[in-house]
Design a protein around this ligand. Sequence first.
Ligand SMILES: [Zn+2]
Length: 175
Amino acid sequence: MREVNKRQGGGSPCAACKLLRRRCAEDCVFAPYFPADQPHKFASVHKVFGASNVNKLLQELPAHHRSDAVSSMVYEANARVRDPVYGCVGAISSLQQQVDALQTQLAIAQAEMLHIRMSHAAYLARLGLTPVMSGSGGSSSGTSSPKLMEMNEKPAYGLEMVVDQSNLDEPLWPC
Ligand SMILES: [Zn+2]
């Protein structure tokens, strides 16, 4: 009897039970995460991971983690369906290549900045003036106080830490 154990409005089973052609029980583990109006979510997860694996994984997780687990599985499954060879690793790899390219650009920009500063200092020295390092750090001129110079320097070091190569060996997110 289909009328028994209905969870969704209108008495339809959840998307998982509908696809698996089984009765959607009151305590169906899929029902909170795979509503009947989003059948594609379960379809791709089922195709990639298999319903019984998804079921097992959800059962093993505490309830407050299940929603995030379903979101990540749907993301991974969709990526795998789109790109059967690399799946979401393709996206990670592409992002890591972007990070590498940006790191190279940053290193070049920092080297150019250093070169400009040194040229500027040498030029001022030839004129017999004291070099004003902070003036070359940004568009603002005449900022000669050491404190301002320090503030100009900090973002560069911060960025270096953010794009630290050693962090890139770790996966960007658990995948
Ligand atoms: Zn169900």
